[in-house]
Ligand binder design. Structure first.
Ligand SMILES: NC(=O)C1=CN([C@@H]2O[C@H](COP(=O)(O)OP(=O)(O)OC[C@H]3O[C@@H](n4cnc5c(N)ncnc54)[C@H](OP(=O)(O)O)[C@@H]3O)[C@@H](O)[C@H]2O)C=CC1
Ligand SMILES: O=C(O)C1=N[C@H](C(=O)O)C[C@H](O)C1
Length: 262
């Protein structure tokens, strides 16, 4: 299977290129980044002995390279364009980049169906994070009062995280709208109670030293329940990305969420 890694210079892009090079049935056909130069390959030890084409221009890439899968870990503001581009050019998208609106997800899904091309957009590729979301949705049936705290490294561009949004969506499916806290509560400093998603609060923490962590905290009369997941290392996402590259070859439309492959 021939794979392009988009955003290859980044933290996740670097982990993905290493992962692709480690898999016997994967070929790293090309790497893409709008700001890349050949010099970047020389600087990256993981490419030693592997002739890989580097592109800073998508149009040139598709003229010179044929690939089955487009892995993308770039920026929230590039996620839609890159996914659309992959589909338009016959590459199955495996997208970890966050920041899609629900309208964009719907449009891309419809487009992939028209083309009959498989793909996946997943806000989190760590198996433990998928389980955390499923457990949280299950608990919400019995514990409708919940707050989500997501904690990430200080270079993260989007807040709340894609994982927190997906978790909130799953919980909303179970419990619906549910105002929380005192009806007369007032924020003395704006934002003190976090973001509000159908009554549930989402808090975003950004600190050096963190990777990706989320705590879903439930409260009920006289008891509490905390479901927590920690990614200590970006390797935590790689089994999910590798699995998804194989699975998108077997389906004929774009899907949202790694849980669909587990
Ligand atoms: N789904 C999941 O499991 C996970 C998702 N993520 C998501 O992946 C994304 C990337 O995260 P991370 O690797 O930490 O970020 P980084 O900032 O480390 O890497 C992003 C890279 O993308 C490059 N880039 C900028 N614009 C484009 C573009 N238009 N096309 C392709 N590449 C581009 C950047 O280049 P430059 O620096 O020169 O601008 C940078 O090298 C984020 O949205 C994050 O939330 C992260 C971890 C797990
Ligand atoms: O930016 C990150 O690092 C991560 N982004 C994803 C998200 O927004 O949920 C997945 C994971 O939390 C790491």
């Amino acid at each position: 299977m021939k794979i392009v890694v988009s955003g290859f210079k980044g933290k996740m892009g670097t982990a993905c290129t290493n992962m692709v090079l480690r898999q016997e049935d994967f070929i790293l056909a090309a790497v893409y980044d709008p700001f890349a130069t050949e010099k970047h390959l020389d600087e990256l030890p993981q490419y030693a002995g592997h002739p890989v084409k580097v592109f800073s221009d998508k149009a040139t890439l598709v003229k010179e390279v044929e690939a089955d899968v487009w892995i993308d870990f770039s920026r929230p503001d590039a996620a839609y364009d890159n996914t659309r581009f992959a589909l338009e050019n016959g590459m199955r998208p495996v997208i970890g980049t966050t920041g899609f609106s629900s309208e964009q997800l719907e449009e891309l899904t419809n487009y992939s169906k028209k083309l009959g091309l498989g793909g996946l957009i997943a806000p989190n590729f760590a198996i433990g994070a998928v389980l955390m979301m499923e457990f949280a949705a299950k608990a919400a049936k019995y514990f409708p009062d919940v707050e989500i705290m997501e904690l990430h490294h200080e270079n993260k561009l989007d807040a709340p995280s894609g994982t927190a949004i997906k978790t909130a969506e799953l919980i909303y499916e179970v419990r619906g709208d549910h105002p929380q806290g005192h009806p007369e509560e007032k924020e003395l400093i704006e934002g003190a109670r976090g973001a509000d998603y159908h009554g549930m609060k989402i808090h975003s923490v950004r600190l050096p030293g963190l990777v990706a962590h989320q705590q879903v905290q439930f409260g009920s009369a006289g008891e509490g329940l905390i479901i927590r997941h920690d990614s200590y290392d970006r390797d935590s996402f790689m089994n999910g990305v590798a699995l998804s590259c194989r699975k998108v070859m077997e389906i004929d439309r774009l899907i949202y969420g790694l849980e669909n492959f587990l």
